[in-house]
Each structure stands twice: as C-alpha cells, then as structure tokens.
Ligand binder design. Structure first.
Ligand code: GLN
Length: 312
C-alpha cells in the first residue's frame, strides 16, 4: 500500500489545520440547499475535513464529529451494492456517461427514452435503488444499505434522519416526476412512490465527516476492501465518480482537484486518492451546480499540498 507521498501524520495535520483556518475566513461560502426545507435550517458556517490514509491514520479538522446529511454521497454505496448484486447487467438500465446537466434534470431523460445517463444523477440513482429494491421491502433494503455503510466505516452509530426523509418526500415532485417517467418507459420495476420513498431515506443517512472518510476507505483499495467490493469494480466506481460524481461540475472538479469524488446537497464531498487516502469534507453552502463551495476549494487545496492526484 502506497505511503502518503512521504507525508507524516504531523505534516497532514498541519495541512488540514491550515485549510480549516483558511476556510473559516472564506468570503464566499455558497448557498445552503433550500429545496429540502430540513436542510435549509443548517448554518453555512460549519466546516469539517477528515483524511483516512492507507496506512491506517485518521486525521481531522473542524466539526468532524457533527453528523450531517450525506444526500447523494449515498449513491456511491447503493451503486456498490447494486453492482455486487447485478454486475454489469445494471448498465442495461443506466448509462456511464457524464450528463452535462443538473443532477435533477428532466429533459435528457425524455430524449433518451428513460435510460438515465449515469448512476449519480437523480434519475440514475433512482434506477439503482429500484434495482436493489426489487423483491424486497424498503425496510430490508434500507437496512442493507445501512449495514454496508456501517461495515465500511467500522462504526455502528450511523442512522437515517426521518425528518429529512419526510421533508424531501413532501417536496419530492421532481424525483417523482423522474420516477414516473421511467415507469412509463418500462425502466422502473417498483411503484414510483416506493422507489422514491426508499431513495429519500437513503439520502437522509446522517454521519459525521470522520465517519464518511472511514466509510470511503474501501474505495481507495484499503486492506480488506475486497471484502466489500472487488478491486476491478472499485476502479470502475472511481471512474464514474471522476466523470459523473459532481454532475455538470464534474469536469471542473476533475480539473481543479484531480481525484474521483462524490458530492451531496447536504454539503459533503467524499474524494478518493487511490492507494493513498479517503478524504471527506463538509461545508453546507453550495455552488451553482449543487456541490459544496468550500468543500471543493478545501479538497483542491489538499490535493495541491499533498500532491495527490490520479494523473501522476
Ligand atoms: N436527495 C437529493 C435529491 O434527490 C439528493 C441530491 C444531491 O445530493 N445532489 O434531490
């Protein structure tokens, strides 16, 4: 397992603390998501960052033990579960191309006959959830997702925030529209309300920034990772994170950061330096593409300071 480019834990802690201090005084913190009312209540002042390295160190700065809503970062875990169950057959129902459009866009789905571009835009994630839901009760599937995340993190204290799920359900017209359209095209196997309900709950998983970095360790190919997902599949999940993990901001994230990443509208980002580190950041203010404004900047700073990049 690669050492983190000769950086000692003290070096990394110093880099983290410097980034934390810089973010504390950042002038533009972005805008907290307000289309899910429960998320709109969160202050834009929070900031936390955590790094788990391949050699077992875990370092944090800021409010790294405060739980937040991981939202679309959950799509990485459901994708891993679905690929484990269905393998590449899953890609008969969902593509592997960047969408170049907003995460909740409706227009592309119609012109492409109900086959979403990739598993990370909402329509694609709904298909993934629909696939793992088939033949099961939502309760069972949510239990399975939670088990996966808890095992990946090595911690049990990770839960679903039911108020956030209910808040999204009460305002979930766009996702229901996407689901109904896919049902009309024969690309949804369960009733749209059931698939959306399960999806809203998976998005409402809460965990701390430290727990998210822990949960991402399997994606860097940490020792024991093959227990959860095979190495070949990890590479593919990382490829999708790099190309699609930030929606219509994916190219910009790859350019600035150079690492696979997945964002959520709760303000979290999980980024992976393969063979080196799992990185989590949380700052609730979002940019125009719905990705954490300071989270992106913080990981950009980290990548520059450490030299971590998938491009050598
Ligand atoms: N639950 C959110 C939604 O469906 C997730 C979106 C996101 O995090 N980008 O709108």
């Amino acid at each position: 397992m690669a050492a983190p480019l000769g950086l000692t834990p003290a070096d990394l802690q110093h880099i983290l603390d410097r980034i934390g201090a810089e973010m504390a005084s950042a002038p533009d913190r972005g805008r907290v998501a307000d289309y899910i009312p429960e998320l709109a209540r969160i202050s834009d002042q929070h900031f936390a960052m955590a790094i788990c390295t391949a050699d077992g160190q875990c370092l944090t700065t800021g409010a790294a033990d405060q739980p937040f809503s991981i939202q679309s970062i959950s799509k990485v875990f459901t994708l891993a579960l679905a690929l484990g169950r269905f393998g590449d057959q899953l890609f008969a129902r969902v593509g592997r191309e960047p969408s170049g459009l907003a995460f909740n866009s409706v227009v592309q789905l119609e012109s492409e006959q109900g086959i979403p571009r990739n598993p990370f835009i909402n329509a694609g994630a709904l298909v993934v959830t629909d696939a793992i839901l088939q033949g099961h009760q939502p309760r069972e599937v949510l239990g399975e997702i939670l088990r996966f995340v808890r095992e990946a993190a090595g911690e049990d204290d990770i839960h679903i925030n039911k108020s956030v799920a209910a808040s999204e359900a009460a305002h979930g017209h766009r996702n229901l529209a996407l689901a109904h359209f896919m049902a009309a095209q024969g690309n949804l196997k369960n009733p749209p309300e059931l698939t959306c309900g399960t999806y809203f709950h998976q998005c409402a998983i809460e965990m701390t920034t430290r727990q998210l970095a822990l949960a991402g360790r399997f994606l860097m190919g940490a020792p024991g990772a093959a227990r959860l997902v095979s190495p070949a599949r990890l590479r593919r999940i990382n490829a999708l994170m790099l190309t699609c993990g930030h929606y219509d901001g994916s190219g910009e994230f790859a350019y600035r950061v150079g690492l696979p990443g997945k964002s959520g509208v709760g303000g979290g980002i999980l980024a992976i330096a393969p063979g080196r580190a799992s990185i989590a950041v949380w700052s609730p203010g979002l940019n125009a593409q719905g990705n954490s404004q300071l989270g992106t900047l913080a990981i950009e700073r980290l990548a520059r300071a450490t030299g971590w990049s998938v491009f050598g």
